[in-house]
Design a protein around this ligand. Sequence first.
Ligand code: CTP
Length: 405
Amino acid sequence: MLTTIKVLHNKHILLGVTGGIAAYKAAMVCSQLVQAGALVDVVMTEAAQKFVAPLTFQALAHRPVYSDMFAIPPGQNIPHIALADAADLLVIAPATAHTLAKLANGLADDLLSAIALATPAPLLLAPAMETDMWRHPATQANMEKLRAWGASVVGPAEGRLASGAMGQGRMVEPEEIIGAVRVALGRRGDLAGWRVVVTAGGTREAIDPVRFIGNHSSGKMGYAVAIAARDRGAAVTLITTAALPDPFGVEVIHLDSAEQMLAAVLEATRQADLLVMAAAVADFRPKSVAEQKIKKKGDSEGVTLELGRNPDILAEVAAQKMAGYGPQHTVGFAAETEDLLANARGKLERKKLDLIVANDVSANDAGFAVDTNRVTLLFKDGQSEALPLLSKVEVAEIILDHVKR
Ligand code: CTP
């Protein structure tokens, strides 16, 4: 179940549904948009109604469904003009080859194509068709035209098609369409033009080919920051050890160890405006990694691992900044189990941060693996702000608000 999503809240989204089997998945797109707080007006072509009944969308959107260009409700404006003017975004999912051809040629022979021509809102297309139709030069030329005119396109994906064949042409899953909607709506957000780098998850330090030393960090806080920054228009690189789904429209770098993370962070932040280090980086790693799996010796003999120090990534970033390149702003996290504020203030100073997010990880409703966090923000000018228990998504928004300010 989704909760309200800031970038979607009270946004007018026109969902155009055309005649393909993927029309049933458009119902899920509609439902998720509504649950996230958007106002969804659905416009169906005649062919779409052969696959799904308008009533399905009406029940999900709690608003009338439109399909007839000439049905003007009493006292209202012509629907294609009224809907076109109100829209923040026009999403067509699924978009058939036929609809794409009409859009690429400016045809307006039904309500949806007329709206597409009349609306100043950005256009997002989720094509769906058989592979040969997608690959046809006519469709490819139409797509090229539509992209050149500024349309965003999500998919099509590879997979099983309506015919039963496997190939490219499947509409992407609703979650991916929601991601693309958020990117399209966020394009003019307050972080447009920013390059943001976020780290997430706990590093894994290899002991042998099958074992590692890790920690309880789930990556949720870092992913929340990356997604919030993307929704506000930033170009985001997420450097992560976590196995969470890759957020749409974010460059994601998967890795394991602190050393790998250091190299990736230094590379990604050379031109960045902001680095948010939400990752829980191991301070120590096994001095040597066994080439083969370590075997037990005898019945009761233990094993001693010798650990060496890992680099401090934020300290290295600070050194890079001193040398004249590196992120404009740096935010760190302090995971503590005692003396929260004093320890966090020390880290803020040592690591030359603009802001540190102090986090008592011994509380069971905050910190690792849960969706909520209770943090205190400490700023480099000595100020601080204690936040109540909030979702990690809300904490992410507040961090970005402060950085932006
Ligand atoms: N951090 C880092 N490199 C490390 C360790 C931590 O860049 N080798 C970053 C974390 O991503 C976090 C901040 O530094 O943003 C503080 O991490 P934390 O683990 O709380 O602090 P440590 O520096 O490890 O200090 P201590 O072990 O004394 O708690």
